[in-house]
Design a protein around this ligand. Structure first.
Ligand SMILES: NC(=O)c1ccc[n+]([C@@H]2O[C@H](COP(=O)([O-])OP(=O)(O)OC[C@H]3O[C@@H](n4cnc5c(N)ncnc54)[C@H](OP(=O)(O)O)[C@@H]3O)[C@@H](O)[C@H]2O)c1
Length: 338
């Protein structure tokens, strides 16, 4: 089969090449999928470039990445199933995440075929395309795991999503809206129409306005970007509110090449022992199968309506990553192996 193979860490144009490799054989609990679409997101960029360097010792591979094929989530058609697979059969349209555990790993999705555990998959609803479905699993898991349970807090929660036009933020807006929250979404000028399409009640342009000095109050601040310190958000966070930092390393443009956002995460974690507005570890994470079933339902009833900006072929993965890092995409970027 054809696949993107990563020679080492570095500039995507230098370390990635399309090669012919052995098609993976299917294990007893696995499904072999013909990939129709795979998503492009910052964690793919991190593992291809090897930045921040700490990730190399946290699962992606110290000298070079293992596996060598990038991509962490995809949608496609089941081609064959292992002896113990009961939930899927050949021809089923599915989508899912191809990594387990740490996000900073290659998951072999940028290939014509891959094998994946059946519990990492759900059936793709007929009302969404392969391209749309492929954008959901990895970004969706981050959003689902980190967004506080808004329904349990009651309708009308005031939610701020900072960095709302990216992969994680777009899903956070839609999850928050579906639970009856009032959503304020912050991103670049060029993404404000996209934020309205995604359902934001109020949009704020980060190039002209500082949301932490807006005078608004929020019950939840879901901060994908981390461009303001927690102390600034305290001005707009309700006394019983919750602040969640996802963290974004801006594709290496802001330094932090060794540790990225990790030191800041540790500071917030330590501070969570004395400030109840910060979530405390251990964080509850949904099981992968439950999460995928939930994404199936959210796509099927159009609660999640992924917006795809552009598709690229396997040969064009470096161009796709360059578009991602430029911030110019209006919606998600997808690889279609053909
Ligand atoms: N997406 C995934 O599947 C995934 C999975 C696991 C973990 N993560 C992690 O989660 C983080 C976010 O991922 P993502 O996919 O949502 O990233 P993304 O698609 O790059 O989205 C980030 C958004 O924040 C915007 N932004 C940049 N500076 C801003 C500022 N000062 N104020 C407000 N908005 C600003 C960006 O706009 P511009 O593009 O114009 O700069 C972009 O729209 C990353 O660190 C990633 O490693 C992501």
């Amino acid at each position: 089969m054809r696949a993107v193979v990563q020679a080492g860490y570095g500039d995507p144009a230098e370390v990635l090449a399309v090669r012919t490799v052995r098609t993976p054989t299917v294990g007893d609990d696995e499904v072999r999928v013909r990939v129709r679409a795979a998503s492009v997101h910052p964690d793919v960029w991190h593992v291809v470039t090897g930045l921040p360097r700490v990730l190399r010792g946290m699962g992606s591979g110290v000298r070079r990445p293992t596996p060598r094929i990038p991509g962490t989530d995809m949608a496609g058609e089941v081609e064959s199933v292992g002896a113990r697979v009961t939930r899927f059969g050949p021809g089923d349209a599915v989508f899912g995440e191809t990594i387990t555990g740490m996000q900073w790993r290659n998951g072999a999705a940028y290939a014509e075929y891959l094998t994946v555990a059946q519990d990492a998959l759900a059936k793709k609803p007929a009302n969404v395309t392969f391209e749309q479905a492929a954008t959901v699993p990895t970004a969706g898991l981050i959003a689902l795991t980190n967004l506080p349970d808004l329904e349990a807090r009651g309708a009308g929660q005031r939610v701020l999503v900072n960095g709302a036009g990216g992969g994680v933020g777009a899903i956070a807006i839609q999850l928050a809206r579906s639970s009856g929250a009032h959503v304020t979404a912050v991103d670049h000028t060029r993404k404000l129409d996209l934020l309205r399409t995604l359902g934001a009640d109020r949009v704020v342009d980060h190039t002209t306005d500082d949301i932490t000095r807006s005078g608004h109050q929020f019950d939840v601040v879901f901060d994908v970007v981390g461009n303001h310190p927690f102390s600034a958000y305290r001005r707009v966070l309700a006394t019983d509110g919750t602040y969640v930092l996802i963290g974004h390393d801006h594709f290496g443009t802001q330094g932090r090449r060794w540790l990225g956002s990790i030191p800041r995460m540790f500071v917030l974690m330590a501070r969570s022992t004395v400030d109840r507005r910060l979530p405390r570890p251990p964080f509850a994470t949904p099981g992968r199968r439950e999460a995928m079933d939930r994404f199936h339902d959210l796509l099927a009833d159009a609660t999640l309506a992924p917006v795809v900006d552009r598709t690229f072929t396997l040969d064009q993965v470096p161009d796709a990553l360059a578009l991602l890092a430029s911030g110019r995409a209006l919606g998600r970027i997808v690889i279609t192996p053909g």
